[in-house]
Design a protein around this ligand. Sequence first.
Ligand code: COA
Length: 271
Amino acid sequence: MAFGYSMRKTENMEYQNLLIEQKEDIRIITIHRPQDLNALNTELLSELDCAFADASADAETKVVILTGEGKSFVAGADIAQMSAMDAAEAKAFGEFGADVFRRIETMEKVVIAAVNGYALGGGCELAMACDIRLASSKAKIGQPETGLGITPGFNGTQRLPRLVGLGRAKEIILAAETIDAMEAYRIGLFNKVVEPDQLMDAAMDLARKIASRAQLAVRYSKEAMNEGVDGGFEAGMALEANLFALCFATEDQKEGMKAFLEKRPAVFNGK
Ligand code: COA
């Protein structure tokens, strides 16, 4: 599987709609377009693409947390912008958003969505492109597109069935349903639900735990899981066999197993 960000150059990028923070080896990207509840227009999608490319290239960053400012994670693609599009423009917009999300999904670092509020349409699709979804008890998630006369456009029709099963995905998409956080947790769309003021702490705790593991093993495990789900069991089996073997050529494998046998915590160096 190709990783999307190796050739991108994003130094000195200034963002109009994102806030970027670095805490230890964890990069926090906060979507900040409050006047439209963080709705995704082309500019915001481009900024997200650059911000993830930058996080991917940053040697210090091991895990990325993506969240939203205010009462919304992302309230969907920007309906005002979309309302003026013809079919060709809509195709380009959909493909651009889908490509940005795919690059997030396949980047070599782990991405945690901290879903703070509304995750609707493109917001649900963006959360699903992240590896793990933690949510505030105030979050609401769904795919309202059929109520607007369109299908989901950033691959919600593909990711939602994979995450919650075809029957539940059809109910949410065909009925344009929005569900609350506990229901999303019950069907496996959210990994965990916490009180709103605990969300970032929960995301940081999980990010630190992942960052403490052997990073090549984390990266290879993510790649093998994605490949198996996308390319089928046999393809996933073959890739896992190779990546498992590759781990035995790393310093972290030596350290991880030596530390276990010496009954001490492992100290990984990412090599
Ligand atoms: N695109 C563009 N603008 C959006 C938007 C979107 N997806 N979602 C919200 N906004 C804008 C509203 O137009 C409003 O702008 P205004 O203050 O200039 O009128 C502002 O954000 C606040 O939204 P509002 O609807 O007043 O907030 P609310 O708390 O009453 O409702 C939602 C919140 C999320 C339930 C509601 O905004 C909503 O349903 N949004 C659209 C969700 C959607 O269908 N997304 C899928 C798009 S494909």
